[in-house]
Design a protein around this ligand. Structure first.
Ligand SMILES: NC(=O)c1ccc[n+]([C@@H]2O[C@H](COP(=O)([O-])OP(=O)(O)OC[C@H]3O[C@@H](n4cnc5c(N)ncnc54)[C@H](O)[C@@H]3O)[C@@H](O)[C@H]2O)c1
Ligand SMILES: [Zn+2]
Length: 396
């Protein structure tokens, strides 16, 4: 091996991420490969770990699930699928491509790749797929905010990318781009639809492009940070600043009194807490007392405002139990709920083609590039949305 020890961003506890020297990864199974990471990104889902809202993280866990690089070693079972020198994006969902769910394209619930099945079954009733750099409920696989990454099931868990596209153009094929695409796709958008998107982070920004590409008549994005709606506006969405105006009234106005047919939650568990949204204070108090895991204000607002027989699409991550969800409203209005971690490889051939054809450019959400060693301060900048930060790419 050319390397012995590497640098990696490590979870040491709540709001305590460090760039540390750790042992290099080694091949443990014939279906694995090692890549030298060339670029990795910080995702909104990493923030839930940063704040310790997701159970079953352990000190020393390596962070990161959006990464790409060059193959430096392959196990004997990967031969024929990958070779040294190949350039790949690594999907954040680890897939075997053989389980019943993989065969149906439900890659984020692959039944094979979670190494901690007993723990996951206890928590979820069934073991969901293995994820990189996430909780031990999803296998405790080490992440890619590091110089090197061991890729399990590397014969399938990979997206080969052509050399004429930059890292920045293709990196988000591993998570962000398929996530917002799936969120919009599962809305079954029709040409008469208004799609309302809560959250103008990278997922919300890219969901605007996806909803427009999928033919929505009107896209409305909701957030409160002034620079984020500004960018959403430029992306083709009408924006609502929820700290300055009533989301419900404005959506009603923008749809001629009929409200949006399709609603996307690109916020998830950490909805902003504000006196003007009293239920968020209630959720926060219950969260502190460990009586509730998540702050589902956005879900309540979407259920209320969504048009009859509409679709609620939830890419935003929730970690556990939520309270005061108005099931009576959602049942009687006949709403359809679609959600889940993203089935990354279901979408990537189509999305790579769209990038190559110039239909969209995911690199537009990158507002900062920094060295891996600056990762801990970049996490804080991304969390606090300082310097108009939308998303950060780290270079190991
Ligand atoms: N399903 C998946 O596979 C998948 C993949 C990637 C990200 N995600 C999830 O998507 C969500 C968004 O990710 P991101 O990277 O864009 O995060 P982000 O933190 O950058 O953005 C979240 C945005 O939501 C806004 N917000 C907070 N409360 C709000 C409210 N009440 N109404 C409207 N906006 C509100 C914040 O101001 C922020 O701009 C996260 O929950 C993340 O975990 C899911
Ligand atoms: Zn992610």
């Amino acid at each position: 091996m050319a390397w012995q020890f590497m640098r990696a961003l490590v979870w040491d506890g709540k709001e305590d991420f460090r760039c540390e020297t750790v042992s290099d990864p080694e091949i443990e199974d014939p279906r694995e490969a090692i890549i030298k990471v060339t670029s990795c990104a910080i995702c909104g889902s990493d923030l839930h770990l940063f704040h310790n809202f997701v159970p079953a993280m352990l000190p020393g866990d390596i962070m990161g699930h959006e990464m790409m690089g060059g193959v430096v070693e392959v196990g004997s079972g990967v031969n024929g699928h990958l070779k040294k020198g190949d350039r790949i994006v690594v999907p954040f969902t680890i897939i075997c491509d053989e389980s019943e769910q993989c065969k149906r394209g439900n890659f984020s619930v692959c039944e094979t790749t979670n190494r901690k099945k007993a723990l996951a079954e206890k928590m979820f009733g069934h073991a969901v797929t293995g994820l990189f750099g996430y909780t031990h409920l999803t296998g405790g696989h080490q992440g890619g905010q590091a110089e090197y990454l061991r890729v399990p099931f590397a014969d399938r868990t990979q997206i080969k990318v052509p050399d004429n596209l930059t890292d920045e153009q293709v990196l988000f094929l591993g998570d962000l781009f398929p996530t917002d695409w799936q969120a919009a796709f599962q809305c079954d958008i029709e040409p008469t639809d208004t799609v309302a998107i809560w959250g103008c982070g990278p997922v919300g920004q890219m969901a605007i492009c996806s909803a427009i590409l999928l033919g929505a008549k009107q896209v409305v994005d909701i957030d409160r940070l002034s620079e984020r709606p500004g960018m959403a506006d430029a992306g083709g969405a009408t924006t609502i600043n929820f700290s300055e105006e009533s989301v419900i009234e404005r959506l009603n106005d923008l749809t001629g009194g009929k409200d949006p047919q399709k609603c996307i939650d690109a916020v998830g568990t950490e909805s902003h807490v504000s006196l003007s949204m009293p239920d968020t204070g209630y959720d926060r108090a219950k969260q502190v007392m460990m009586l509730e895991n998540d702050r589902p204000h956005v879900l309540r607002e979407m259920i209320y405002v969504c048009r009859l027989a509409g679709v609620i699409s939830i890419p935003g991550v929730y970690s556990g139990r939520v309270d005061k969800i108005p099931m009576g409203q959602t049942m009687n209005k006949g709403l359809t709920w679609r959600m889940g971690q993203t089935h990354v490889n279901r979408w990537t051939d189509d999305l790579l083609r769209r990038i190559e054809e110039g239909q969209t450019d995911p690199s537009l959400v990158i507002t900062r590039t920094a060295a891996l060693k600056n990762g801990p301060e970049m996490y804080k900048m991304f969390r606090d949305k300082q310097n108009c930060c939308i998303t950060v790419v780290l270079k190991p």
